[in-house]
Design a protein around this ligand. Structure first.
Ligand code: NAP
Length: 297
């Protein structure tokens, strides 16, 4: 059952694109998601984050001025309560970051030894949950696009979406599907009339844009109609998820989640600036493929 924690934030610094942005992040209590919460709040964004563990949600809420929502994106019944709380707490939505993730079986197992339930968990958390949440929030994102603010859905990907690493079957298959889903969201939005989603129901609609691909990288899919879908690999990071997957990895060789968070926020910022230029009839400046990282996991 999804529940809410709330803490009033002081006035944001409105000196950059991120200031005042309304952002929802799944998996905001650890690793990359926590780093995104910290960085976005520091830059003046209004942030709501989701995670399952109530104690950790309370701790992060108290420490960051973000709004914490207790919920499980893998549970169908939690999705609309999460979406309604996020929209209510933020007064709308400009950016959704689908970051929460499951490895499937832990320790990682070859497919022949993977229980169906572990595959289902990876798919529910990494694919079906982000799909459901995106659908539930699409009306709010389209409203932001209609207002000329631009809207972005960032699906956090992995190079396991592209490369067939033995032992990463459940996770890799779910991330590959999420990556492809992002491409299709984009194509469907591109195929619609400008701001088609203006008339879309609050819990439905379609989304946006032009897709380019680059060998061995997870690229950015750019939209023309105000909502842009990004699918980005943050690279190998020193996080609890990575430690579960590769227990003997040397932390010093891994990226700091804060660095990955800043790179992802940079990609969101570029997408928003591009969308706002388009909305004002100016030529888009950033149409190329962007790759945040190409490392394993
Ligand atoms: N770490 C890497 O090297 C690496 C590399 C490539 C891509 N990635 C991707 O980067 C993203 C972040 O990974 P990370 O390493 O930062 O993970 P992490 O440290 O394990 O953090 C995962 C976060 O998601 C939450 N979460 C997990 N399952 C959830 C669910 N069903 N519903 C709601 N929240 C849930 C966790 O909190 P609760 O447990 O309390 O719910 C936690 O806040 C993931 O999409 C991952 O696939 C990571």
């Amino acid at each position: 059952m999804a529940g809410t924690y709330n803490l009033e934030a002081p006035g944001p610094d409105r000196s950059d694109t991120i200031a005042g942005l309304r952002v929802a992040i799944t998996g905001g209590t650890s690793g990359l998601g926590l780093a995104l919460v910290h960085e976005l709040v520091a830059r003046g964004a209004r942030v709501a984050f989701v995670a399952r563990d109530r104690d950790r949600v309370e701790r992060v809420t108290a420490a960051t001025r973000a709004h914490g929502i207790v919920g499980d994106v893998a549970r169908k019944d939690d999705i609309h309560p999460i979406a309604l709380q996020a929209i209510g707490l933020l007064g709308g939505l400009d950016v959704l970051i689908n970051n929460a993730s499951s490895l499937g079986p832990v320790p990682l197992r070859q497919l022949g030894d993977t229980d169906c339930e572990d595959l289902e968990l990876a798919l529910s958390t990494n694919l079906v949950g982000p799909f459901r949440l995106t659908r539930a929030l699409l009306g709010a994102l389209c409203a932001s696009a209609r207002e000329g603010r631009g809207a972005v859905v960032l699906n956090v990907s992995s190079d396991a979406a592209i490369n067939a690493y033995p032992g990463w079957g459940a996770y890799g298959a779910s991330k590959a599907a999420l990556h492809h889903l992002s491409r299709i969201w984009q194509e469907e939005m591109r195929a619609t009339e400008p701001y088609h989603c203006a008339g879309a129901p609050a819990f439905g609609g379609s989304a946006a844009a032009e897709f380019s691909d680059e060998a061995a990288s997870v690229g950015v899919h750019q939209g023309m109609q105000g909502v842009r879908f990004l699918s980005l690999d943050p690279g190998d990071m020193d996080t609890p998820l990575h430690a579960l997957a590769v227990p003997d990895a040397e932390p010093a060789t891994l990226k700091h989640p804060a660095d990955a968070a800043r790179e992802l926020i940079g990609a969101i910022e570029r997408a928003l600036l591009d969308l706002r230029s388009s909305a004002q009839g100016r030529p888009c400046e950033s149409r190329g493929v962007e790759a945040v990282a190409t490392a394993c996991a």
